[in-house]
Design a protein. Structure first.
Ligand SMILES: Nc1ncnc2c1ncn2[C@@H]1O[C@H](COP(=O)(O)OP(=O)(O)OP(=O)(O)O)[C@@H](O)[C@H]1O
Ligand SMILES: [Mg+2]
Length: 315
């Protein structure tokens, strides 16, 4: 975790089922054990932080262990909260006669594809911007790869989109000013709301683009498809100037696993491990063994967690 030690915000990504949630939880436990105030956040709609810690985790901070808190972002709840916020924002901006119609339109928009994602994203931004001062470490357990990449590149896309909107409104406002012919710029609350959102996106982009503040960890298992997917994800994130510094190679067969069957698997696994070392020279690699059982309780999680810490120190 050497590289990760300097980071405040850590995103854990990877293909479905490779061990993202387990790794996020284990990483968070390791940080908390070292005395860092740590927050672990699940952004995957199919949550399992609660299952891992055997505690009900909801959309507000829940204490899990000493120095460790958890949040499961609930897309439905966030969507509702987000829509209420949008309505509040518009209150006073539109004529009272139109309020009902505008609310109807917003309700319809909130049922459209992408609305939950926008709400989830809004919460994610708020957590990064607002909780940073309360925590030393914020670990994000993300949904499988494609979703995460979209989420992480949204601030960039949204900034471009908002810039376009701002420009259009500015033109309209300038026209008004000319029309009124008094030279005073017109008050435009919508312009101000857009401007505020733009500033929020810019602030969050600054955090996730700063390698001293934010780290990206990918979890993979030594098999063909996870290797390919990791390669693509790293390339894609790089295009957006986001650098993946750490790879957790999970479920590596331990040496003591015996039998002919496992010997065969191990042989194949060696080839993949070599391929991983070959392909991912820019990343720090941490190897975690396959355990006899699922990582389903605190004791097993602690074992996983110390493996994670030691794997790093061994390098
Ligand atoms: N090293 C390991 N040894 C044994 N079992 C493991 C190991 N790592 C993870 N597991 C188990 O594998 C399963 C999948 O792990 P996990 O839920 O962390 O994956 P995920 O990447 O978060 O999955 P999803 O994409 O569904 O969110 C879990 O049952 C977990 O306990
Ligand atoms: Mg998961």
């Amino acid at each position: 975790m050497e590289g990760l030690h300097k980071n405040k915000v850590i995103f854990v990504g990877g293909k479905g089922g490779v061990g993202k949630s387990t790794s996020s939880a284990a990483l968070a436990v390791a940080f908390a054990k070292e005395g860092h105030r740590t927050l672990v956040v699940s952004t995957d709609p199919a949550h399992n932080l609660g299952d891992i810690f055997h505690k009900k985790v909801n959309h507000e901070k829940t204490e899990l262990l000493e120095n460790l808190w958890g949040i499961e972002i609930d897309p439905f709840h966030e969507s509702k909260r987000y829509i209420e916020g949008v309505k509040d924002n518009l209150e006073g901006l539109v004529k009272s006669k139109m309020v009902e119609e505008v609310h109807r339109q917003i309700d319809m928009a909130s049922a459209s594809p992408g609305a939950d994602e926008a709400a989830l994203f809004d919460r994610l931004i708020s957590i990064i911007l607002e909780e940073s001062e309360h925590f030393d470490k914020i670990v994000f357990d993300t949904a499988p790869t494609g979703h995460t990449i979209r989420l992480l590149t949204l601030p960039e896309l949204m900034s471009v989109w908002i810039d376009g909107m701002l420009e259009r409104r500015k033109k309209i406002n300038d026209n008004y000013t000319q029309l009124l012919n008094d030279g005073d710029p017109v008050d435009d609350p919508i312009y101000d709301v857009l401007q505020q959102r733009k500033e929020k996106f810019a602030a969050v982009r600054k955090v996730i683009l700063d390698p001293r503040l934010t780290g990206f960890v990918f979890v993979l298992i030594p098999e063909r498809l996870p290797i390919l997917e990791t390669e693509q994800a790293i390339r894609k994130l790089k295009q957006h100037d986001l650098m993946v510094q750490t790879l957790i190679i999970n479920k590596v067969l331990p040496d003591y696993a015996d039998g002919e069957f496992l010997a065969k698997r191990r042989k194949q696994e060696r080839t993949y491990l070599e391929e991983i070392r070959e392909k991912f020279k820019e990343q720090q690699l941490i190897q975690i063994p396959l355990f006899e059982e699922d990582v389903s309780d605190m004791n097993k999680l602690k074992t996983f967690s110390s493996n994670l810490s030691e794997g790093v120190k061994a390098r």
